[in-house]
Design a protein around this ligand. Sequence first.
Ligand SMILES: [Zn+2]
Length: 218
Amino acid sequence: MISPNHDARPSGAPIDHLVLHYTGMQSAGAALARLCDPAARVSSHYLVEEDGTMHALVPEQKRAWHAGISFWRGVRGLNNRSVGIEIVNPGHEWGYMPFPERQIDAVIALCREILARHPIPPRNIVAHSDIAPDRKQDPGELFPWPGLAEAGIGLWTDAEADPGDLAADLAAIGYDTSLDPGPVTAAFQRRFRPSLVDGVADLQTAARIAAVRALFGT
Ligand SMILES: [Zn+2]
């Protein structure tokens, strides 16, 4: 199945970001139908079902419509420069649940293939919530970012460092700190300190923010 919901990337735009999503719908079939419905005007390059079945919906050279209004490390409109993967999960609205191991294995294999084709730095492998913290929660705090990092997909750490200027550190990691600090802190927590996602920069969150900035090398 090929989604009609795509267009050309801007000429010369590099493909240097990878954005991970959950579908947030009641079934894989419902998500596939929506991602291929011209009226919905949304899509992704790939969709991965719970059992690991992978669907290629939009060619990587085309611009899929998955990120919406978004920002990361100074870049706006991440659809221009990213590959998007939708991972089937009901999400916070319909009964958020852990991602099955078979599904994650398939996501890792797909990411490895994408990374072999495009120069995507590890720090540009992001959650939809990272790039749109005021609008999005996906793929959420149950997504196994540590396991992906162990497999060579993206960056993660459970280290703690002496907190500095939190807003400066979050901006250096890549977040849009012109937004309210609560949602930005919550997005950081979903990704890097998932045990409590409340948008409050407690001591552990602050220490983790400093450690992630150091990990990102900025
Ligand atoms: Zn999303």
